[in-house]
Design a protein. Sequence first.
Length: 182
Amino acid sequence: MTTPGRHRPLRIGIVTVSDRASRGVYEDKGGPAIREELTRIVANAWEPVVRVIPDELEVIAATLAELCDAEGCDLVVTTGGTGPAPRDVTPEATEQVCIKMMPGFGELMRKVSLEVVPTAILSRQTAGIRGTSLIVNLPGKPSAIHDCLMAVFPAIPYCLDLIGGAWIDTDPDVCTAFRPKS
């Protein structure tokens, strides 16, 4: 049996949600941290599709839809906008564009983050599926991005297999993808 996305090129959207970074007032550290982590984790060739956008619900939702539908990203990873502040609306935008929510991703990320800092309970990261794409919301701090990606990434390749996304191989010295035996 062949996995539907086995021979497609892997495209990964990396979205920084930040008013200041989108205006050039603040250096984007989250997007580059995601790219660095994915470069360490993903063993097969992949193409990043990068966006830096403001904390605006409709802009975030439109960007996520564009990356999934028009850009053909199999995985879209966001950073920023997951806290309780009034302009933190990344989870709402993700919910708006997804057909299925995957709450286990957010639950695991909060669990891992709570081992480091008690304010992780304020985080609202989530994940969801749009077509053959998985969208995962990460926190904004580079060290938290590392912790959260390392926690959830073992499940991402199999999730993409199940929804028809592209195949992901991982570097087993960094992160081992879990795929149940058939």
